[in-house]
Ligand binder design. Structure first.
Ligand code: NDP
Ligand code: ZN
Length: 180
């Protein structure tokens, strides 16, 4: 498949896999909007033009949050894209606090492509926590989320200056807002 065909196929596939899921904001945004947000941020802010990264961003939560398997992704999208998705997928058999700690420890050892997807995921989630947070999160929990995201992003630094700067602006904005 041509890269653009693959990208659109992945968008179609991810939309279908996430079809019954919503984000945690009050408006219950369709889940796929988050996947599109990562891709758009990578292209617009990060100036990323590697179709493997953009396609992996679209697919980044399919294995973690739906019935999709890595075998399915490999058969449909090949080893390169699947390898990036694998790197950004948490092992859901582990307790949540362990998974979160492993994200911090693994970030610095990830491939450049996986670091780009991780950066985009953290930026989009922090942006969501600021503008459309999970309905029941008090300020302290939002602060904690930003602090944890900052630790993961620290492991990804030196990968894309524009994305890292975007995170830093949001982080400062969020911390100022949540301190109130
Ligand atoms: P969650 O992992 O439960 O929720 C955050 C994740 O939800 C994001 O990483 C994102 O993941 C997804 N998400 C969906 N919608 C939104 C949205 N609108 N805004 C932001 N993210 C969204 O929460 P935590 O990160 O806080 O992790 C849970 C941890 O917090 C546990 O370790 C637990 O022990 C602890 N905890 C803390 C509490 C507190 O009050 N401090 C209370 C309860 C638990 P993705 O991009 O993958 O979809
Ligand atoms: Zn995500």
């Amino acid at each position: 498949m041509q890269p653009l065909t693959t990208l659109l196929d992945a968008l179609h596939f991810a939309a279908d896999q996430h079809r019954d899921q919503r984000r945690k904001d009050v408006g219950a945004t369709p889940y796929i909007n988050h996947c599109i947000a990562l891709a758009e941020l990578l292209v617009r802010v990060g100036q990323v033009d590697d179709p493997v990264v953009i396609t992996a961003a679209i697919l980044h939560d399919t294995v973690e949050d739906t019935t999709t398997t890595f075998e399915q992704l490999e058969a449909r999208y090949g080893l390169e894209i699947t390898a990036v998705v694998r790197e950004v997928t948490d092992d859901k058999t582990l307790p949540k606090d362990v998974r979160k700690q492993l994200q911090v420890e693994h970030a610095a050892h990830a491939s450049t492509r996986a670091k780009l997807v991780k950066l985009a995921d953290k930026i989009c989630n922090v942006e969501d926590v600021i503008t459309s947070p999970p309905a029941d999160w008090p300020l302290e929990r939002r602060r904690e989320y930003l602090t944890w995201s900052g630790k993961v992003v620290d492991g990804c630094r030196g990968t894309n200056a524009a994305l890292e700067a975007r995170f830093d602006v949001l982080f400062a904005e969020g911390m100022a807002q949540f301190a109130a």
